[in-house]
Design a protein around this ligand. Structure first.
Ligand code: ATR
Length: 299
């Protein structure tokens, strides 16, 4: 382990609210590693900010809204999960033999969710999965469900149908171009009216319901009828609160889904995978989630 602290940062705009420094400091503390983790506000060109950071000795950084696409363009090498997401949330520097620097871009958002779903023993094998919402978050998580390879089928429902259709078409095209498309999980896009009109039968129910809309932030529920919740076994909201309860998780519980969880574990999961990129060690999730709940409760 090196003597001098490793320099890390998160880039975005706004950035003051970011929990990443606290999460990574906690990881480092667990491992007995010394780090400096800064928040860097991106006001000008992202590439200039990040180049300056690496010139100062930065070993890696996280990237958040609105810079993930710029980070994708900045990276000189990309993981497959970054390529499919077309967005980068983690950069690592490589010192090449000729003395130049190169930058590996990864996207740990989707696998952060997957890590958390596995931790929570989500019944994903042969699952019929419903994702509600088709924004940036959904685009990030669909490839990780595809990677899992055991999903029975995936439905994406969204207020704006075209956005859900666009994600399905994009994933289909990406895998057709890069893999055997026969490995692709069956996917469909629909709007709320279609789900509402559909009878809930052994062919049309969902095992797992994931809320990827921004509605919980406003204490609103997505317009998905109760019968779907009554048949499901697991519910997950990407939004999180100090207590682990959102309007969505409480609604799901009231309809019989005891296994209803908020998304704090996904936030910690994506951070854990970023930390692993930089230091080759995967931090433990549970104590970090517990710590972050305490931090959030005090805010
Ligand atoms: P992004 O992640 O791309 O920034 P967002 O504006 O945060 O997107 O919205 C995330 C998701 O919440 C989207 O699926 C959005 O639906 P639309 O694509 O139709 O905008 C969904 N959402 C936000 N407000 C909503 C509402 N009042 N009713 C239903 N869905 C809503």
């Amino acid at each position: 382990m090196s003597e001098s602290p490793a320099l890390l940062a998160v880039f975005g705009n706004p950035i003051a609210h970011s929990l990443s420094p606290l999460i990574h400091q906690f990881f480092a503390q667990q491992e007995g590693r010394s780090i400096i983790y800064e928040k860097r506000l991106v006001e000008g060109a992202f590439a200039d900010c990040v180049r300056e950071f690496f010139a100062q000795g930065g070993v890696g950084c996280n990237v958040t809204v609105p810079c993930k696409v710029e980070a994708f363009n900045f990276a000189t090498a990309k993981t497959e999960r970054a390529r499919v997401a077309q967005a980068v949330n983690t950069l690592s520097v490589r010192h090449d033999a000729d003395g130049s620097l190169s930058y590996k871009g990864d996207n740990t958002d989707g696998f952060g969710l997957l890590t958390d779903l596995i931790r929570l023993k989500c019944p994903l094998a042969s699952a019929r999965v419903l994702i509600i919402g088709a924004g940036g978050a959904t685009r990030g998580i669909v490839p990780s469900l595809q990677f899992l390879g055991s999903i029975h089928n995936l439905t994406i429902v969204n207020r704006t149908l075209a956005k859900a259709e666009e994600i399905v078409a994009y994933i289909q095209d990406f895998y057709a171009a890069n893999h055997f498309s026969r490995m692709l999980m069956p996917m469909r896009a629909c709007d709320y009216a279609t789900l509402e009109a559909q009878k809930v039968t052994p062919d049309t129910y969902f095992d797992v319901i994931i809320n990827a809309t921004s509605l919980s932030m406003r204490e609103e529920l997505p317009p998905v009828k109760d019968e779907y919740y009554k048949r499901a076994r697991f519910a997950y909201d990407l939004f999180y609160t100090p207590q682990g309860k959102t309007v969505f998780t409480e609604h799901a519980k009231s309809l019989g889904i005891a296994n209803s969880y908020d998304g704090l574990g996904m936030l910690v999961g994506q951070a854990a995978l970023a930390y692993e990129q930089w230091f080759g060690v995967r931090p433990e999730m549970e104590p970090t989630i517990e710590y972050m709940r305490q931090v959030l409760a005090q805010r």
